[in-house]
Write a new protein. Structure first.
Length: 134
């Protein structure tokens, strides 16, 4: 009988872990909007966004790296061959220089996976024309 309860508890914990990791992977766009404030030092979003220290991030998710018009990207970024899908963005946000050696981005990265997932969830809401950034 004890084994049955222990097995049930184990299965329940696995189910909870699976649900938690799924929610974690999806991120929270509202939390990401607040976290994005640290990105605003170098990046703009929205209908009137301009390139700054970093390129405009409107429509960044699924955009080919090094292609936003008018931004002077590093050769490392332009030649990376990356498309900014969620997995690539996750790695880049965690440690930009490890993901793209030679990048101009001096940001040390965000190490907390939940924060990275939240920022990406928010960026997914921003369309190429800047809508969604309100």
């Amino acid at each position: 009988m004890k084994l049955t309860h222990a097995a049930a508890a184990f299965v329940a914990s696995l189910s909870f872990a699976a649900l938690s990791s799924q929610a974690f992977a999806d991120g929270d766009a509202a939390a990401g909007k607040n976290l994005f404030n640290q990105c605003r030092a170098c990046h703009q979003i929205g209908a009137d966004a301009q390139n700054s220290v970093g390129p405009v991030l409107n429509g960044i998710v699924d955009r080919k790296a090094g292609t936003y018009p008018g931004y002077n990207y590093s050769d490392a970024n332009k030649n990376s061959g990356f498309t900014w899908d969620e997995a690539t963005l996750t790695d880049y946000i965690k440690d930009p220089r490890a993901k793209v050696p030679g990048t101009k981005m001096v940001f040390p990265g965000i190490k907390q996976p939940e924060r990275v997932a939240n920022i990406i969830a928010y960026l997914k809401t921003i369309k190429a024309d800047g809508s969604g950034a309100e």
